[in-house]
Design a protein around this ligand. Structure first.
Ligand code: ADP
Ligand code: ZN
Ligand code: ZN
Length: 802
């Protein structure tokens, strides 16, 4: 077995395969699948992943592996296979899929160090190498003639650890530890020798008589109420000793988090959790859809299921959308499971993320709470995977590998034979349809745990405001309610739906929106050509001078930014304290949390923001939620726009009246009778589901049809269209009769960075050979891609169409 199959770090489709390398003698006991190695590749030396060890190769002359980057594998067998699966399913390169599973630190340039973790004697060679030092550069080890096997053993036994330093920026954090330097019976003697008046010193020694272990100086000072000079005194006497220890960064102050205990479950929660527990206990994979209104106690269900998993010695992954991964959210998990929780969040520094990953890798935690990529946590004994807010589109990665965390979760759930729980107040149509068919098991939480009713939602027809002469973006009712609310010392959340800004065209008199006659989707206004275009088919038309519905000439394209709203609000309510939360004010690390904390501390009356304020916030003093333009998302060129509008309105309504105070929601819109707005205002998911499903069926969209979006771009407009045209033709020749191939159509953003972009969309029900066909098409254009700078992206099950 002295040949390694290696996936090399060359991002090119021509190289998307394993290469055989021979394993030189010195690495033979070391190399395992899942380790990263350095191999010669052409004139260069590059990184690669060992995926397998074999004894034979069909090639005669193999090159040697030149170096080993890991001492223990960074990827498990399961993850290596999963990488293959991800690559296959997203039509991406194996190397890209494998890289996606690792923390950034392991991908960038770094320096390695070996850290001595023990005072026990190492092997003579290693002792010689360390020469009394606490850590050494890895290079020294490479130059010393010591076997890797020895080092690997020392690492496995915990005597030595390996540390990666990224561009020397990541510094290890060290703390001072204190421990007794004498045996306990000698400590007792030492107490006798301490002068009578040195009571503090005596207390410190007594402490160690009771707890004869090393303790951090800080903790010791806290516990014994002593000072560092007392400790120093004892060190000088030779009774105690201090040393420095590296600690893992923990961005959360675990000790400050109040511990919680399981709550007695409500009947609904009990019914929901039982089949999940059964799936855990019986070691049976099953997908559950937990459909629970906001505030119905879904998280408590997750927590108690995880508790069961932990008690079985297994592990849990909890995925939470990036923007909901607030300290509040993290605390709920740390409050229950304490230090047993790792957090993977993009706001952490690369070093912090790496530390959290290592805690998982070393099996120091059993729970990870994280955003999308945490689905690849290197656990080996998974007992449950939970995806909260399963409808969030951020679970789909937007660049290669374009995986959906839900699909990966189910794949891992099958491997580990454990349940996957998808939770949401507004499940996706895809998931709900599967639950209706019995593919997923449905559990419903229909009531809030505090038995508070859902806040009342009022729809405000902004057309009437206009007719009444109100040209501001705030209806009279919203203004009045905001004033009242602030007067009472209560708080307001104001949502501005900024996505889809200035793209759709609407009549301000009658609310008519220009839509495509073939797709029932809003047309996009193209300012340059002054034309309206459909991005699903090729339909386009001129911008009409007057409304085709009511002949009013108040027809125009729409858009408002948060900044403008803030200014306007400041003029109308000069005494109100406003906090603005959008991409601009939350760019800096930690600013998101800071703004939320300010609002929680009631340092502001109004929290104004985009989508990011709709999720997961829980402030007891919020009694009014206002949505400024409910329809702005409705008219995006995206077949999911109604679904997203429904989801967003439901989510944001859930922010009001979560505690004693009752809440109220005002939704401003120009299309008050659109079903997504009407049904969201009465929390009627069921009717929305039925209505939207009928639309999806009619227009051949998911979940009735699968979608593939192919985007082709090139600097030359004509070439881009022609290549897209060729793709369309190739597809047409091979697909089934009920498969729809649309295009070439210009992308909604037709030119980015001087590249012209065209799309082709495939809608299909069953095409078993689609993946090979798409691969063949990619292959066909590989010369154009390599030499001619053509770019083709294939997005299976796309969520973004821009
Ligand atoms: P969701 O995640 O469904 O929006 P949460 O989990 O945030 O709902 O629960 C809403 C509130 O109800 C939280 O304050 C939570 O502590 C509380 N809660 C959950 N389950 C129970 C229960 N069984 N008994 C009492 N309170 C509960
Ligand atoms: Zn009109
Ligand atoms: Zn169309």
């Amino acid at each position: 077995m002295n040949i390694a199959k290696v996936i090399v770090d060359v991002p090119s489709s021509a190289i998307n395969q394993t290469f055989d390398y021979s394993i030189p003698k010195r690495f033979q006991e070391v190399i395992k699948p899942g380790m990263r190695v350095i191999v010669p590749f052409g004139p260069r030396k590059i990184m690669g992943f060992v995926v397998e060890r074999v004894s034979e190769s069909s090639f005669d002359k193999l090159k040697d592996i030149v170096d080993v980057l890991d001492i223990t594998p960074v990827l498990t067998k399961e993850l290596l296979d999963l990488g293959k699966w991800v690559a296959n399913n997203t039509l991406s390169l194996s190397i890209t899929a494998l890289q996606a599973m690792l923390p950034q630190v392991l991908k960038s340039k770094y320096r390695k160090q070996l850290i001595r973790e023990t005072d026990e004697v190492l092997t003579p060679e290693l002792e010689h190498l360390f020469a009394g030092r606490g850590f050494i550069d890895y290079e020294e080890f490479e130059h010393a003639n010591i076997s890797y096997y020895q080092l690997q053993k020392a690492i496995q036994e915990g005597d030595i650890s390996i540390e990666y330093l990224v561009e020397s920026k990541i510094t290890k954090k060290q703390i001072v530890m204190v421990k007794p330097s004498k045996e306990p019976y000698l400590l007792e003697e030492a107490i006798m020798d301490i002068p009578k008046n040195a009571n503090k010193q005596k207390q410190v020694i007594s402490y160690f008589l009771e707890y004869p272990k090393a303790v951090s100086q800080k903790e010791l000072i806290n516990k014994v109420k002593t000072t560092s000079s007392t400790i120093k005194n004892l060190v000088d006497k030779g009774i105690l000793e201090t040393y420095k220890q590296e600690i893992f960064r923990n961005p959360y102050n675990d000790d400050a988090i109040k511990r919680t205990t399981p709550l007695p479950l409500t009947e609904e929660q009990q019914n929901a959790i039982e089949p999940i527990q059964a799936s855990i206990n019986e070691h049976q994979h099953e997908v559950f859809l937990l459909h629970g209104v906001t505030g119905s106690g879904k998280t408590e269900v997750y927590l108690q299921a995880i508790q069961n998993v932990i008690s079985k010695g297994k592990e849990a992954i909890v995925l939470v959308p990036e923007i909901s991964l607030t300290p509040q959210m993290v605390e709920r998990f740390k409050g229950r499971f304490g230090k047993n929780v790792a957090v993977m969040h993009s706001a952490l520094s690369a070093g912090e993320k790496y530390d959290e990953w290592r805690r998982i890798h070393r099996k120091e935690v059993q729970v990870v709470v994280g955003a999308r990529s945490a689905i690849f946590a290197p656990f080996e004994n998974l007992g449950i995977i939970i995806i909260d807010e399963e409808h969030e589109t951020t679970y789909k990665q937007e660049d290669q590998p374009r995986y959906h965390a839900r699909d990966v979760a189910i794949e891992r759930g099958k491997y580990h034979q454990c349940p996957v729980v998808l939770g949401s107040a507004t499940p996706t149509l895809e998931s709900y349809a599967r639950a209706s068919k019995g593919v997923y098991q449905l559990a419903t939480l229909s009531k809030r745990t505090n038995d508070q009713p859902m806040p009342r939602v009022d729809i405000i027809d902004m057309r009437k405001e206009l007719h009444a002469g109100n040209r501001t973006m705030f209806s009279r009712k919203l203004m009045q309610k905001m004033e009242q609310c602030i007067q009472k010392g209560e708080q307001v959340v104001l949502l501005l739906n900024r996505r889809g800004y200035s793209t759709f065209v609407m009549c301000r008199d009658c609310g008519h929106v220009m839509e495509c006659p073939h797709c029932d989707i809003a047309l996009t206004y193209h300012k340059n050509s002054n034309r309206l275009k459909c991005h699903y088919c090729s339909y386009e038309t001129n911008l009409p001078a007057s409304c085709p519905e009511c002949t009013s000439d108040s027809i125009r394209y729409f858009g408002t930014g948060t900044q403008r709203v803030e200014e306007a609000l400041g003029k109308l309510l000069p005494e109100a304290r406003i906090l603005r939360m959008d991409v601009d004010t939350t760019r800096r690390k930690g600013s998101h949390e800071k703004l939320l904390k300010q609002f929680g501390d009631r340092k502001a009356d109004i929290l104004l923001g985009t989508q990011m304020i709709a999720k997961g916030l829980d402030f007891e003093n919020v009694t009014l939620v206002g949505v400024l333009t409910a329809d702005s998302m409705l008219h995006l060129p995206d077949f999911r726009s109604s679904e997203r509008t429904f989801q967003l309105l439901t989510q944001v309504s859930g922010r009001a009246g979560r505690h004693e105070l009752t809440g109220e929601v005002l939704v401003q819109t120009y299309t008050p009778d659109h079903y997504s707005i009407e049904l969201a205002s009465v929390y009627n998911f069921h009717d929305f589901y039925k209505k939207e499903m009928s639309m999806r069926r009619k227009f051949k969209y998911p979940p009735y049809f699968y979608l593939v979006l192919i985007t082709v771009s090139h600097e030359n407009n004509v070439l881009a269209v022609q290549r897209t045209q060729t793709i369309v033709q190739m597809l047409m020749k091979s697909v089934k009769r009920n498969t729809v191939v649309l295009g070439p159509t210009p992308s909604p953003i037709p030119r980015i960075k001087d590249r012209y972009r065209y799309q082709c969309m495939i809608k299909y029900k069953n095409e078993p050979n689609l993946r090979p066909l798409l691969n063949k098409i990619m292959e066909y254009f590989s010369d154009d891609v390599r030499k001619n700078n053509l770019l083709i992206t294939v997005d299976l099950e796309p969520y973004h169409f821009m």
